[in-house]
Design a protein around this ligand. Structure first.
Ligand SMILES: C[S@@+](CC[C@H](N)C(=O)[O-])C[C@H]1O[C@@H](n2cnc3c(N)ncnc32)[C@H](O)[C@@H]1O
Length: 265
């Protein structure tokens, strides 16, 4: 599996230097039927009362910070990310305190928070055990951590199509492009249990019914590693051709979504 997906220089300097790649991936969820607002779904699992001190570790462009704002959360909220460019985007969506930092070494005292969010980020952390230990350390006893991630089956039809194009054109192992295989719904629980007494996994499934080939092309291009792979241009052209063929034939490209959220106490 490519080490770039856990390389902090690549992550903060290229993939997440701004939120353009993440936004392109987030945009495809407009085709989700039924629409799952995954941030709201996951935050509900924590049963917050609105007063908690919350750390959003790897907050990205502020999806969850914005959801907390929409809910009128009253407790102190802090968003932290490796990438300053991400925080610039988060600032547009949220008034939370924001800082650059690494989840493996949190710049906070023990028991500073009532809730820690680790949403779609642990699979980018080289030393996940260190990061999970840090989440436990900065949580007060009785606090809750949420870790959101993808199932191995997430986007199966899209991964299958892109994977076969990659394999046919340059022999790349398609699994190398899926960061979340490092920490998935299926594999994450064991790691979290080393630091939390109880870990409860919750899953939610839906379908992307994509009628616009451009949305899939933009999604695949946002992965960077595909477009920059050897023969990247040819790969993207073939992805577009196959996507259009499916939409022309079936009216839409249907792609399953399957995410999991661990509630850790
Ligand atoms: C896939 S994005 C998810 C963003 C956001 N949590 C969400 O769910 O929309 C992953 C984010 O984690 C950040 N990240 C990666 N490794 C990190 C680390 N070691 N410490 C803090 N943030 C990190 C990246 O810069 C990126 O913004």
């Amino acid at each position: 599996m490519s080490d770039r997906l856990v390389d902090p220089h690549y992550l903060s300097g290229v993939q997440y230097a701004s939120d353009s790649n993440l936004s392109a991936r987030q945009a495809i969820y407009r085709f989700q039927q039924p629409l799952i607002r995954s941030s709201a779904w996951a935050l509900d699992l924590a049963q917050l009362d609105g007063e908690e001190r919350i750390l959003d570790a790897g907050c990205g462009n502020g999806l969850h910070l914005a959801e907390l704002g929409r809910r009128g959360h009253r407790g102190a909220v802090c968003g932290m990310d490796l990438s300053n460019g991400m925080l610039t985007a988060a600032r547009v969506r949220s008034a939370a305190a924001l800082l650059v930092g690494d989840a493996q070494s949190l710049p906070f005292l023990d028991a500073s928070f009532d809730c820690v969010l680790a949403m779609h980020m642990l699979y980018h952390v080289p030393d996940r055990d260190a990061a999970i230990a840090e989440f436990r350390r900065v949580l007060r006893p009785g606090g809750v951590a949420l870790a959101l991630t993808n199932s191995r089956r997430h986007l199966a039809e899209l991964n299958e199509m892109v994977g076969s194009v990659l394999y046919e054109i340059n022999g790349t192992d398609p699994a190398s492009l899926r960061a979340y295989l490092r920490f998935s719904s299926e594999s994450g629980e064991t790691e979290l249990r080393r630091h939390f007494a109880t870990v409860v996994r919750n899953d939610v499934e839906s379908t992307l019914v994509v009628t616009d080939a451009e949305a899939i092309v933009a999604y695949v291009a946002s992965m960077g590693s595909v477009a920059r792979a050897q023969s990247g241009r040819r790969i993207m052209q073939e992805v577009e051709r196959r996507t259009r063929a499916v939409i022309d034939r079936e009216g839409a490209f249907r792609i399953r979504t399957e995410v999991g959220c661990f509630v850790c106490r």
